[in-house]
Ligand binder design. Structure first.
Ligand code: BGC
Length: 522
């Protein structure tokens, strides 16, 4: 159906036959909506910079990603988010797509540079406020719950130029001002706030590997113009945790009671499994989880960094003052879990590894996708994210045990095809994506039956989008975006999700016999 750039949408009968065919081939994964608790929320997710475009319209200033993508070579194919999916102009159409899927909730983020183009150095941009007000009103009108991420990797470039953004403690106040602007203007309609998306991944990508703006790093991690890969990620995280804590305390003091919402943070929750059965590798896997997840959640729940991190990082790890500790302790109402994949961990305390794995900032462990010549999971479009369905259950189980079963939402889970466009796969017939979600959902449903307090699941992503440094070549969407026309074309997975959400009383899953009555009605 897709040949080079020409896209012919399927008719209803074709959709129906394709779905039948898929379910026959996969024997129908035994998962249905009724495998989840009644009040469980299903949703789709996006983030501002990845879809909005309109990078210099209506008062929006240049942000860190706009500036970064202006330098050739930073982003694959020199793509950028200047137009992205033109969601800024087409959001009504997209909200209608969201509604037609039948989801309960929509996770999206606010563009900092759209509502505060100069941060604290300038005024609030009324056009930016109006844009998000319209989105919120449309969602509420359609009965879709907004899950709003305040900060998802993008901020006004001026804050970088003036004082180095997150490397400076000034950024804490900047963030608080921004977050409060959001609470004040949007909080009457938002019941779920997310302060920061994946501070653990961002610090690593931006300040250790130097691949995200501001592209700072040092040897042996990378070859950047400036930076220190051993210390800067720790400073940046410290500033982010304190910024989070300050914003949450303002929310709780001035807004939460009246607005009746909850507030949490979203983390990259990759699962670690030991490479071998040895105790050392088992410890390395635990250490991996501590350095990735405990780094953020221990401070925000217990009030300090994990002692194991302190043991290896010593004074490189910043200290919280007693006031800071008070501020951050118990500062989340829920944990947002972004989970895509699982990796093996190998001990590097007692065996020699690569130069980077041997560093304390890496937790003295190496990661691998292969054990005894066998891959941990089928590859996807991103090398570090093979398909390992059991991992979502495992990571949720880990969080349940470690953090007293605090409420959790799977805020992102998604699949990107391994092959680039034009290499033989029809991106519309995305059987693999359906299979991915079915398998991950099955593992999650089991963890919930085993007592994990997971309250919702968001597919990443609603639309194919600007995938940061990978640009547009890798696609995660339920809807295909034709890059020439920006048309939104439903993939088979969109139909599948819609159907999954409709058949909320059926168990086990949708079957061929039931499909005889299936109406592909949109
Ligand atoms: C980020 C998303 C991103 C996704 C897939 C997550 O790390 O939060 O913005 O698109 O992974 O790469």
């Amino acid at each position: 159906m897709i040949c080079c750039n020409s896209v012919v949408p399927y008719n209803k009968l074709q959709w129906y036959l394709l779905l039948c065919c898929f379910i026959f081939l996969t024997h129908g994964e035994n998962i249905s909506r009724s495998d989840f608790p009644d009040e469980f929320l299903f949703g789709v997710a996006t983030s501002a910079y990845q879809i909005e475009g309109a990078y210099d319209e209506d008062g929006k200033s240049l942000n860190n990603w706009d500036a970064f993508s202006l330098s050739p070579g930073n982003i694959r194919n020199d793509d950028n988010g200047f137009v992205a999916n033109d969601y800024y102009h087409q959001y009504l159409k997209d909200i209608e797509l969201i509604r037609s899927l039948g989801v309960d909730a929509y996770r999206f983020s606010i563009s900092w540079s759209r509502i505060l183009p100069r941060g604290r150095f300038g005024d609030v941009n009324p056009d930016g406020i109006m844009f998000y007000n319209k989105i919120l009103d449309e969602l509420i009108l359609r009965g879709i719950k907004p899950f709003v991420t305040i900060y998802h990797f993008d901020f006004p470039q001026e804050l970088q130029d003036r004082y180095g953004s997150w490397l400076s403690s000034l950024m804490q106040e900047e963030y608080v001002h921004y977050a409060e602007t959001c609470f004040k203007n949007f909080g009457d309609r938002v019941n779920h706030w997310i302060t920061i998306n994946e501070p653990n991944l961002f610090t690593q990508m931006a300040y250790q590997k130097g691949k995200y703006p501001p592209a700072r790093c040092s040897q042996p991690f990378g070859d950047c113009a400036a930076g220190n890969s051993d210390t800067e990620p720790l400073i940046v995280m410290h500033n982010m945790l304190l910024a989070h804590g300050k914003a949450v305390s303002i929310y709780r003091r001035d807004y939460q009671h009246e607005q009746n919402g909850s507030i949490g943070i979203v983390l990259d929750c990759t699962m670690y499994e030991p490479l071998t059965d040895s105790d050392l590798d088992q410890e390395a896997a635990n250490r991996g989880l501590t350095f990735l997840i405990g780094w953020v959640l221990d401070p925000l729940i217990f009030g300090d960094y994990p002692s194991e991190m302190r043991k290896y990082l010593g004074n490189q790890l910043p200290q919280f003052s007693s006031a800071g500790r008070k501020l951050i302790t118990n500062s989340i109402d829920f944990i947002g879990v972004n989970h895509y994949s699982t990796t093996y961990a190998k001990d590097c305390l007692y065996s020699s590894c690569s130069e980077t794995a041997n560093r304390s900032i890496s937790g003295f462990l190496a990661t691998a996708n292969e054990r005894d010549g066998v891959q941990i999971g089928e590859p996807t479009g991103i090398g570090s994210l093979p398909v390992v369905p059991r991992g979502i259950g495992e990571v949720v189980e880990y969080l349940k045990n470690k953090y007293d079963n605090k409420p959790m939402f799977i805020t992102e889970n998604g699949y990107s095809e391994p092959q680039a466009e034009g290499q033989g796969q029809d991106p519309i017939q995305d059987f693999k994506r359906i299979e991915f979600h079915q398998m991950y959902m099955s593992s999650l449903a089991q963890a919930i039956r085993d007592g994990a307090n997971v309250r919702g699941y968001f597919v990443w992503a609603l639309l194919d989008d600007f995938e940061w440094i990978i640009g547009y070549r890798i696609r995660f969407g339920l809807y295909y975006i034709d890059r020439q026309t920006l048309d939104r074309i439903p993939k088979l997975s969109a139909k599948w999700y819609q159907d999954f959400l409709k058949n909320n009383t059926q168990k086990p899953g949708i079957r061929i016999s039931e499909l005889v009555h299936y109406k592909a009605d949109s």
